[in-house]
Design a protein around this ligand. Structure first.
Ligand code: UD2
Ligand code: MN
Length: 579
């Protein structure tokens, strides 16, 4: 739909060009190969308004015209570094927002970012009529420029005819001038950007469900409030939904650095990943298995994924509400990605990841907000309670056991009333979890096999020092330490399973020449080197044929020749309770 204005002096040039073009066109016609025929056939499909996107060997429909590169801080997705005299402000904003707002404030709200799509993506044509979309951004105390850059980027990169509105839902932000500043700023969008406000803190999960109920678009797209969408991001998400209203689509999420706002591709070019989980319900990504890759004709085509990271996806609004939106019993943050994914797959829908749709997201250094009064009076971690609600609704008994083996304290947590969730599952005639594991999430067990039972779990106390094994909150690989036994589990919650694996959270304990270490568990294995003697209480390392010991003076942990009467080598496991 580009309009070209011809000046008179160009007419002659045009005439010559047309003359030159005629033989070329004839040649193409004569040589019309399969590709060309496909392209022509595709065009006809386009005219007939099929919901199928078609792959053609020419530029797709919605590729914007080339524009001269913009210059300025952060343009092209390049990192923006502040001056050294700005470091104090930079630090303060990092603490307040979990991202460098000082840096963001210096970058244009309309900055350009690199086109990170596979080159192939330029050759897809999408139907001209696609459902209109409400882009929903829920936020709690986000920085103004980051939130507004999200809005600008959606407006700049979305074909107008598909954008019904951008719906901002303020989850009870209480930063000084944010409210007034936002209200004033969005006036310029003449109603295209709409603001809703929660009367109290609801958490992101309930706030999204509210956004869905109040949105006006046929399709809703959720984005976090710190995103930048890439070229032509929306049509590839909408096309599969138009074809099948119970399909949810997910863009590829690239990284935006929380300190410099550099935009970086999430995967090495050409590699595809999909969302899975381990048995403690931590979200993981796994390279696309051949079984799924082989179902597609083109490398850039959407593919099925068992789950997704949570923040960014498109779904038919009515369908989302029909399947109950998010379980309203899930609080604030976490687990809702699994709830929605299991519900969709088990109840007849599907989830597609769409390689040609890419959106950048700022991964914060840490969570800058607390969970407010919603977390009060909740025993144990609120996120684990959410996981428990999800697994108690959607897992079969066999798989529930894996979760409780990996998170032993979860058994004691109160997941609340699940009557309505189970009734919904009944009403929608949803399939069981084994069906999901065998047909959709078949790569989960390859990476995270069935968990053997724990022989012991709890804190692991040394008999001589009366102190406990502790990760001290350090990330693997790191040396293990001993510290005061606090009885709360957390970094002291150790599990020894029937196959000799000693685990803390998702990590494992093993030994090397530097001592006893917290390490990454070998992927795809649940076995380990340890053997516990119930009588003497020593922990024997089967490969190194030594026992775990504390050095009496330095308290350093390492392997030593076994001495079963040496209390520095004796360990007592004691179960703990959630606090
Ligand atoms: C990830 C998801 C996030 C959500 C979360 C689990 C991505 C990129 N992000 O964590 O969308 O699924 O996992 O629940 O997949 N917010 C509120 N109210 C709150 C807390 C947060 O409105 O009480 C907003 C927040 O301003 C942001 C969005 O919810 O816009 C997501 O929160 P986040 O960015 O802290 O979550 P993230 O990316 O760590
Ligand atoms: Mn986020």
């Amino acid at each position: 739909m580009r309009v070209i204005l011809f000046k008179k002096k160009n007419l002659f040039k045009m005439f010559v060009s047309v003359l030159l073009l005629i033989p070329i066109l004839c040649l193409l016609y004569v040589k019309s190969n399969e590709n060309l025929q496909t392209a022509i056939a595709s065009k006809q499909i386009m005219i007939q308004e099929s919901a199928d996107p078609v792959f053609v060997n020419e530029l797709g429909n919605f590729e914007p015209p080339e524009t001269p590169p913009r210059v300025g801080p952060g343009e092209g997705g390049k990192p923006h570094y502040l001056r050294s005299d700005q470091q104090n402000e930079e630090k303060a904003s990092l603490t307040e927002y979990g991202m460098n707002m000082k840096c963001s404030n210096e970058i244009s709200l309309n900055r350009s970012i690199p086109d990170l799509r596979l080159p192939e993506c330029k050759h897809w044509n999408y139907p001209e009529h696609l459902p209109k979309t409400s882009v929903i951004l829920v936020f709690h105390n986000e920085g103004f420029s980051v939130l507004m850059r999200t809005v600008h980027s959606v407006i700049n990169n979305t074909p107008k005819q598909f954008l019904e509105e951008i719906l901002l839902v303020d989850d009870y932000s209480n930063k000084d001038d944010l409210k007034d500043k936002l209200d004033k700023y969005i006036e310029r969008f003449n109603g295209k950007v709409r603001m809703l406000r929660n009367k109290e803190r609801e958490g992101l999960i309930r706030t999204r469900s509210r956004g869905a109920r109040e949105a006006r678009g046929e399709v809703i797209v959720f984005l976090d409030a710190h995103c930048e969408v890439n070229l032509n991001w929306l049509p590839p998400l909408l096309a599969p939904i138009k074809k099948n209203r119970s399909t949810m689509t997910v863009p590829v999420i690239d990284g935006i650095d929380h300190q410099t706002f550099e935009v970086r591709p999430v995967y090495q070019e050409g590699h595809h990943f999909r969302g899975i989980f381990e048995w403690g319900m931590l979200y993981k990504e796994n390279e696309l298995p051949k079984r799924e890759a082989d179902t597609r004709e083109h490398h850039s085509e959407p593919y099925r994924s068992p789950t997704h990271a949570g923040g960014l996806f498109a779904i038919n609004r009515e369908y989302f509400l029909e399947i109950g939106a998010y379980d309203p019993g899930l609080l604030v943050w976490g687990g809702e990605n699994f709830e929605l994914s299991f519900k969709i797959w088990q109840c007849g829908g599907s989830i597609l990841w769409v390689p040609c749709s890419r959106v950048g997201h700022v991964y914060r250094g840490f969570m800058p907000y607390n969970f407010g009064k919603l977390a009060r009076n909740k025993k144990g971690s609120l996120i684990t309670i959410n996981y428990k609600r999800v697994i108690e609704t959607w897992f079969d008994d066999k798989y529930k056991e894996f979760f409780y083996t990996r998170e032993p304290l979860a058994r004691y947590l109160d997941e609340g009333d699940l009557t309505e969730q189970r009734a919904l599952k009944e009403k929608l005639q949803c399939k069981d979890f084994s069906w999901f594991m065998e047909n959709i999430a078949y790569d989960v067990l390859d990476k995270f096999p069935e968990l053997p039972k724990n022989i012991h779990w709890g804190e692991m106390k040394n008999s001589a020092t009366q102190t406990c094994m502790d990760t001290m909150g350090q990330a693997a690989p790191t040396l293990m330490s001993l510290s005061y036994c606090h009885g709360h589990g957390n970094n002291q919650l150790v599990r020894l399973n029937a196959k000799g694996q000693l685990g803390i959270g998702e990590r494992c304990i093993d030994s090397d020449s530097s001592g006893i270490k917290l390490v990454f568990c070998p992927l795809g294995s649940v076995s380990g080197p340890w053997q516990y003697d119930e009588d003497t209480h020593v922990l024997y390392h089967k490969q190194k044929r030594k026992c775990m010991a504390v050095h009496p003076q330095s308290q350093h942990l390492s392997l030593a020749p076994c001495d079963t009467v040496n209390t520095y080598q004796q360990w007592i496991f004691r179960e703990v309770q959630p606090t």
